[in-house]
Design a protein around this ligand. Structure first.
Ligand code: ZN
Length: 101
């Protein structure tokens, strides 16, 4: 791998390598980092008028980013609420259909 930093290294550092939505800490160990598969989320999606300013960017794990998708939201708090609601739904589905007792 190259020694180049991430294009949005400043956002990774500002957010301390943690998902702003679920809080998973990517700096804990490589396995966590690997599965978190972080990306930069536009809090207000570009298609809804969001821009590339740092205030509109949040470090997000792959799963949270996927669940948030292009959901329309106007603030980080609203975005987080959307993600955590979907996470709670997924968790109850998991407990019902996947979890082994
Ligand atoms: Zn997350």
């Amino acid at each position: 791998m190259s020694k180049e930093k991430y294009p949005y290294q400043r956002i990774f550092e500002r957010d301390k390598f943690k998902c702003r939505y679920c809080g998973v800490n990517g700096s804990k160990d490589f396995s966590t980092w690997w599965y978190a598969n972080f990306s930069i989320d536009h809090i207000v999606p570009k298609k809804h008028g969001g821009d590339d300013r740092d205030e509109n960017l949040a470090l997000s794990c792959h799963t949270c980013n996927l669940y948030k998708g292009g959901s329309k939201c106007d603030s980080f708090e609203e975005a987080k609420e959307i993600v955590l609601k979907k996470r709670a739904e997924a968790e109850s589905w998991f407990n019902k259909h996947v979890k082994q007792s």
